[in-house]
Design a protein around this ligand. Structure first.
Ligand SMILES: Nc1ncnc2c1ncn2[C@@H]1O[C@H](COP(=O)(O)OP(=O)(O)OP(=O)(O)O)[C@@H](O)[C@H]1O
Ligand SMILES: [Mg+2]
Length: 197
């Protein structure tokens, strides 16, 4: 199975979501690999910092490109692709996806880009917006949820709150799921519903 984490907008939580979902898989004794398709290589850097500190991430993070994304994902394993914002690798990743997660903040500019990203995903590939770094008590958050509901945008019920823990997680082995356990449950359910799992 291949789950691609994509958004045309940068800094929305793609790398954090890829790594945290792989960690959530590990806590359930399920196999996951992060495919780092972003030339910025943030997921790869996260893994090397953790290794250099003597505490490697408990799953593989491997570089991915147009060629490797052309390979079918291995049976029984979840590949989580940290996707670049646009270009041929983006197109290849989303067209090979069993599911696309579009992380987004509640800001209206991020939401516009998230809707544009949903439109760039080929017909028939299931996809949903995941609100990340959310500040649930703000007006912007309520407006975002209203807009998503009004437009019937597919989205995860789970929302990842803005947290100091996730902000500082880069380069370390996570020691809590910070909402991503629930995201994984929703994702696995959606894959079953779509007849993929
Ligand atoms: N829930 C959260 N709460 C607070 N900070 C967060 C949260 N999720 C991610 N961050 C922080 O926000 C920044 C952007 O997150 P991340 O690197 O995961 O986004 P990205 O979409 O991969 O960015 P890029 O476009 O640069 O690849 C990082 O500094 C990260 O630590
Ligand atoms: Mg990134």
């Amino acid at each position: 199975m291949r789950v691609v984490i994509a958004n045309a907008k940068g800094g929305v939580g793609k790398t954090t979501t890829a790594v945290m979902l792989a960690f959530a898989m590990k806590t359930r004794l399920l196999e996951a690999t992060v495919l780092d398709a972003d030339p910025q290589a943030s997921a790869t850097l996260w893994a090397s910092l953790a290794s250099e500190a003597g505490t490697p991430l408990p799953f593989d993070v491997v570089p991915a490109n147009l060629v490797t994304l052309g390979h079918k994902s291995p049976e029984g394993e979840l590949e989580l692709v940290d996707c670049p914002p646009s270009g041929r690798t983006f197109d290849k990743a989303v067209s090979s996806a069993d599911f696309v997660i579009v992380p987004s903040s509640e800001s209206s500019t991020d939401l516009q880009q998230s809707w544009a990203t949903l439109e760039a995903i080929p017909e028939g590939v299931p996809a949903a917006i995941l609100l990340c770094r959310a500040e649930e008590r703000t007006r912007a958050y309520r407006e975002a949820v209203n807009a998503l509901t009004t437009l019937k945008s597919p989205r995860f019920d789970t929302v990842i709150p803005k947290s100091q823990y996730l902000k500082n997680a880069f380069g370390h082995v996570p020691d809590k799921l910070a909402g991503y356990g629930e995201v994984l449950s929703e994702l696995l359910e959606a894959l079953v519903k779509a007849g993929i799992r």
